[in-house]
Design a protein around this ligand. Structure first.
Ligand code: ATP
Ligand code: MG
Length: 427
């Protein structure tokens, strides 16, 4: 009878050792760059009250209508696995009075960790995925937009991600946004017959979203409406012009892209997205924007803010295809012994060596296997250096080493001399 095997849940993936090196590389880079930009880390819970996201992201958005992992817990509370990080950061900042900490009104925070969305699993789209995000609170002028964009640009360089394209746009203030929504609504309502049911639904609930539609019928109809930029109020337009001119001066390349609107309710003025064409249709690797009203909506004072979230799995997909990707590999040395009676001695050698060399991995092979197969396996992992322990070694209080430099011929050595030899070789 076939065994009933339990498998992982669709859209949730295991991260195996082969992939871990990319995550570690990413994690090192975010730690380094965040500190270069004086941004502090927050670690927040994976579960929040569902209401947090209803209130912040907006009830007509894809995330809230379709993608939330929300459920009623045993005490009857409506809770959910977080679909994104910004709302949680804002909640924590208000709850712990972080924005006004130490007399300063300007604070910058980053987070990194898993997010959950119940969407259709496909390449570049998972139900559990990781985001790195940065949020700047209290900064209203374009300098903070510039600094945040520079941080994203810096991080992509640190990761050796080349050819990422920064698309930016401005939604203007809330009135500008509503005015433009109406332009889209009026324009498409007049041609409702050419829309499918899904598009009609989006038109009724969130017309701005149709601007980044990939469907030709919508693109065609919207091709002759004014661009968002053309309809901005003077204040928002000046702000956006100033931002673009600063980016020009700092040689941060960007594309002014009228179709960037972002799906969430809380954005105003600057919105942006880095894309990488190599990824195909799921090509957004980092996205964000300004959200000057969100702190207020979640229950705090009026605090302007701007942030972004980077999709880690999509970045890792790029790293995997990067020929220049190199990580410092740990040296791993096998300690082989020829009988189970020698095991304790072998463990005591590896214990001493671990104390001496914190940067090297030592492992004891399986002594129930033959010496030859133990050796073969150890050489597969490190073909340069192997330590062997036999009955004779124990009797003579020494060790046998096999080093590729002398064609792996046996050399007898005391533990003290081995430590000296390895210091010279590896330090
Ligand atoms: P998309 O249009 O790709 O669905 P989004 O607008 O839903 O993106 P955000 O909420 O802004 O995305 O998230 C920021 C980044 O997180 C995205 O640019 C992407 O890199 C990544 N991301 C979002 N959803 C997923 C997912 N389901 N699986 C993997 N990565 C994701
Ligand atoms: Mg999405």
């Amino acid at each position: 009878m076939k065994k009933n095997i339990i498998k992982s849940i669709k859209g949730f993936k295991d991260i195996l050792p082969d992939e871990i090196k990319y995550y570690k590389f990413f994690e090192d880079a975010i730690g380094k760059v965040s500190s270069q930009f004086a941004v502090e880390e927050l670690r927040l819970p994976l579960i929040e009250k569902s209401d947090l996201f209803h209130r912040s992201i907006g009830d007509v958005t894809d995330i809230v209508t379709k993608e939330m992992y929300d459920f009623i817990d045993k005490s009857g509370a409506s809770i959910c696995l977080r679909p994104e990080g910004t709302a949680s950061v804002v909640r924590a900042a208000i709850e712990h009075n972080l924005i006004y900490d130490r007399g300063l009104k300007k604070q910058k925070y980053w987070y990194y960790g898993p997010m959950f969305r119940h969407e259709k699993p496909q390449k570049g789209r998972y139900r559990q995925f990781s985001q790195f995000g940065a949020e700047y609170f209290g900064f209203s002028d374009t300098n903070s937009d510039v600094e945040l964009l520079m941080m994203g640009d810096f991080l992509l360089k640190e990761l050796n991600v080349e050819n990422a394209k920064l698309h930016i746009n401005s939604l203007g203030n809330m009135e500008d946004k509503e005015r433009y929504e109406k332009i889209i609504f009026d324009h498409l309502s007049a041609k409702k017959n050419s829309l499918d049911e899904h598009q009609k639904d989006t038109l009724a609930k969130n017309p701005l979203r149709l601007l980044d539609s990939k469907n030709d019928n919508v693109k065609e109809i919207l091709s002759n409406i004014p661009t968002l930029y053309e309809t901005l109020s003077a204040l928002s337009k000046n702000r956006f012009d100033m931002l673009m001119s600063k980016l020009d001066s700092l040689k941060i390349n960007y594309i002014l892209d009228n179709t960037i609107v972002r799906g969430l309710d809380y954005y105003n003025d600057t919105v942006f997205e880095w894309r990488h064409e190599s990824l195909g249709s799921q090509n957004a690797i980092c996205a964000g924007g300004r959200y000057d009203n969100l702190v207020n909506i979640i229950g705090g004072d009026d605090v302007p803010a701007i942030g972004f979230a980077m999709g880690v799995e999509r970045i890792i997909e790029i790293l995997k295809f990067n020929d220049n990707f190199k990580v410092k590999q740990n040296i791993s040395i096998g300690i082989i012994n020829d009988s189970s009676e020698n095991e304790v001695y072998a463990h005591s050698v590896s214990k001493d060596l671990r104390y001496e060399f914190s940067g090297i991995s030592f492992y004891n092979t399986d002594s129930s296997a033959s010496l030859t197969s133990q050796l073969k396996n150890a050489i597969k992992i490190n073909d340069k250096f192997v330590i062997v322990i036999t009955d004779d070694n124990i009797k003579n209080k020494n060790l046998t080493i096999k080093v590729s430099e002398n064609q792996m011929t046996d050399t007898l050595i005391s533990l003290e001399d081995l430590i000296k030899y390895m210091r010279n070789k590896y330090e």
